[in-house]
Each structure stands twice: as structure tokens, then as C-alpha cells.
Ligand binder design. Structure first.
Ligand code: SAM
Length: 355
């Protein structure tokens, strides 16, 4: 397949990074993503006077897509191969919770062996990581991003709906022992929920020598209950951290990097801040997403999706796919509109889109 023409959008941005969601299912019920539990409902009741969903206690309908609508591992590998031929060189496997997908190791091995793919990573909540870690490593996975929103067992449970802090912490330790590097850990900070843990999480970055990234809460929760007041902005995060730690900015040549980074004086660990809400970085976005049910999304906040399944299952050639992908990418939005009056939250939550 020819790489002569890059995969480019109408604003001149060249796509390099494909996020592949391999399942819409998740074993966590994070407040900011897929809230379900009574605790989550209470939280929402206590926080919001004017919910769009008038009855937050109603458990969300966990209408996972039927298996027949989910791409097979072979279909995913084919799409990755076609994208690789178009210049995509970085793949992030995500979900839902990607470790719930049977055969994830096989997929990783296939993707790692795809010509043109230079970097493959996985994003996981870490709950089942210990059982899969060695197989993932053997399959050629080099780096992992964990989600960890709290170091306090009760708060962890409140946020994720699961009593799983120990498993996640042990998973991170095991990742280091097995030589995964870099190890990234992500937290979504929510005001009144875990923002009091900011400094402790930064200490963790240093003591555990991991790259800890604080992500602003985005309007991608299944209850559509996001409110700006709940977002802890990058500016606030940085000011608080700088008052406690001697952080030095890390220079980066990579304009499409989502995180701005800071290092500790002794070089152990690192802090990253990802600020899609208060300091959008759409101008350098080189990312595109494939959902578990075979839809291409050109932005996290896209209101439309492009279904690849009819082509994948209808005997289309790779050339047909290439043409469709070029068309889709050409239509990529210039930016998201969070904070603007016309902003409309996408119907699907982050768990379906793939973070
Ligand atoms: N289950 C895996 C995990 O927990 O890392 C992968 C999927 S999860 C949807 C990917 C990332 O999206 C996680 O780091 C999570 O914290 C982030 N995320 C989910 N909902 C979010 C939201 N509303 N705002 C910001 N980040 C969110």
C-alpha cells in the first residue's frame, strides 16, 4: 500500500495516532464515565441542582453492543494494517476495559508485527492487569497507561464503583518488574471528589517513579451530568503542585503531545497535565479513533461517526477502505466546542468512544 500521500485533514493536520477501542464493556463504573452505583447517584444528586437526567438514581442502561456488532480481532487488525499503510505509526489499545476482551494478547502481537507501527500502548484500569501482564509483555507490548484516581481505598471505591485499589497498585508494581516503560498513570480530577488528593498523587508519581498525568474532566460521562464547576483546571493543578514541589518544565518537540510535562529535581517520576477543557490542543491533533463497533470518530467530541462495518463485511478491498478513510479524515473537525453555547455533548460516553 502506498504511503506517498499522508492521511491529512482539510486543516493540514497529518494523522499519526490511532486509538482502537476493542470493547465497549467495562468492569468499573467511574463517576466521570459510566456511573451506575447508588453512591454515584448520590454524588450526582449532591452536586447538581439541574440535572438534564431528572432521575440520577436510575441505573444507566448498560446496553453493551451485541457481539455481532463488535469488530472481530481479525477485522481490527485489518483496519490497523490499512491505517499503517496511510502513515499511522502509533496505536493505543483501549476500551471500555481492553483487558476484558478475549484474545487481547493475540491482537497486540498482530498489531506489534504490523509494518509501519512503531509504538503500541494500552490504557487499562489495571484491575485484571496482573493476570495478563506477562502474556501482554510476551506479545510485544512495551508500555502501559493505568487509570488511578485515588490512593484512598474508600474514595477509590466511590469513584470507580469497585473495591479495587490494591489490585491496581499491585498491577503498577508488576508492570515495573516486567520492564514496561514508560509507565503512565492517569487521574481525572473532579472538584469535591478527589482534588484533595492531588498532592498525594503527585508524591506517588515521584516515589513510584511513574509519569502521572492529571486529566481535566471532560463532558463525556454517560449521564451527561458534567458541569464546568467540577473541572479542576490545568492552571489550578499546576499552581497547587508548584507551591509544594520544585517542578521543572519538560521541553517537548512533539506538538501533538496531549500533556504538558514537568519533572522533579532528582529526575524520578514526572507530572503531566492534560487540559482539553481549559487549554484545548486541537490545532495539533493527529488522533483518530476506531470504536469497538467499527465506527471511525475524528474527534472525541464528534457528533457523527463513520461506520466501517459495511465495507469490512461487504467484501470491500483495502483500496476501498483507504479511499473512505481519506474522505473521513478530510472532514475532521477543526476543534471541539466545549464551553461555547453551541456545544453539544456526544451521545456516547468515553467508555464507548475509547479514551
Ligand atoms: N478502562 C480503561 C481505563 O480505565 O483506563 C480504558 C478506557 S478509559 C475510557 C480511558 C481513559 O479515559 C481513562 O484514563 C479515563 O480516566 C478517561 N476518561 C473517561 N471518562 C472521562 C471524562 N469524562 N473526562 C476525562 N477523562 C475521562
Amino acid at each position: 500500500m502506498s504511503q506517498s500521500k499522508p492521511l491529512i485533514d482539510s486543516f493540514g493536520r497529518v494523522m499519526r495516532d490511532l486509538r482502537v477501542s476493542i470493547t465497549d464493556r467495562c468492569n468499573f463504573r467511574c463517576l466521570y464515565c459510566l456511573p451506575e452505583t447508588e453512591e454515584a447517584a448520590n454524588f450526582y444528586r449532591s452536586k447538581f441542582d439541574s440535572l438534564k437526567n431528572p432521575n440520577p438514581a436510575t441505573p444507566i442502561a448498560l446496553n453493551w453492543k451485541p457481539k455481532a456488532q463488535i469488530l472481530t480481532l481479525e477485522e481490527i487488525e485489518r483496519v490497523v494494517k490499512v491505517f499503517a499503510g496511510l502513515g499511522i505509526d502509533k496505536i493505543r489499545i483501549t476500551g471500555g476495559e481492553p483487558l476484558l476482551r478475549k484474545g487481547v494478547e493475540r491482537l497486540i502481537a498482530g498489531v506489534a508485527a504490523t509494518p509501519g507501527i512503531k509504538d503500541i500502548a494500552i490504557t487499562t484500569n489495571g484491575f485484571q492487569f496482573q493476570g495478563k501482564a506477562q502474556a501482554l509483555r510476551d506479545a510485544g507490548l512495551k508500555r502501559v497507561s493505568f487509570s488511578l484516581d485515588s490512593l484512598d481505598r474508600d474514595n477509590f471505591k466511590k469513584i470507580t464503583g469497585r473495591d479495587g485499589l490494591t489490585e491496581v497498585l499491585d498491577g503498577i508494581k508488576l508492570a515495573r518488574q516486567l520492564g514496561f516503560a514508560p509507565i503512565k498513570v492517569n487521574a481525572v480530577l473532579i472538584r469535591g471528589v478527589n482534588d484533595h488528593e492531588l498532592e498525594a498523587l503527585a508524591e506517588f508519581a515521584h516515589s513510584e517513579d511513574v509519569s502521572f498525568r492529571f486529566i481535566e474532566f471532560m463532558p463525556l460521562d454517560s449521564k451527561h451530568a458534567w458541569q464546568k464547576d467540577l473541572v479542576v483546571s490545568a492552571k489550578e493543578i499546576l499552581a497547587r503542585l508548584q507551591s509544594k514541589f520544585d517542578l521543572q518544565p519538560v521541553k517537548s518537540e512533539n506538538l501533538s503531545e496531549t500533556a504538558k510535562r514537568w519533572s522533579f529535581p532528582d529526575g524520578r517520576g514526572e507530572i503531566g497535565i492534560i487540559a482539553p477543557v481549559s487549554e484545548p490542543f486541537c490545532g495539533h491533533c493527529n488522533r483518530i479513533r476506531l470504536t469497538a463497533d467499527g465506527k471511525i470518530r475524528t474527534c472525541l467530541f464528534s457528533l457523527g461517526e463513520h461506520d466501517l462495518k459495511p465495507l469490512l463485511r461487504g467484501g470491500a478491498s483495502d483500496e476501498d477502505l483507504v479511499n473512505l478513510l481519506r474522505d473521513i479524515v478530510w472532514q475532521k473537525e477543526d476543534r471541539h466546542h466545549i464551553g461555547e453555547p453551541e456545544f453539544e455533548q456526544p451521545e456516547r460516553s468515553m467508555s464507548c468512544i475509547g479514551g
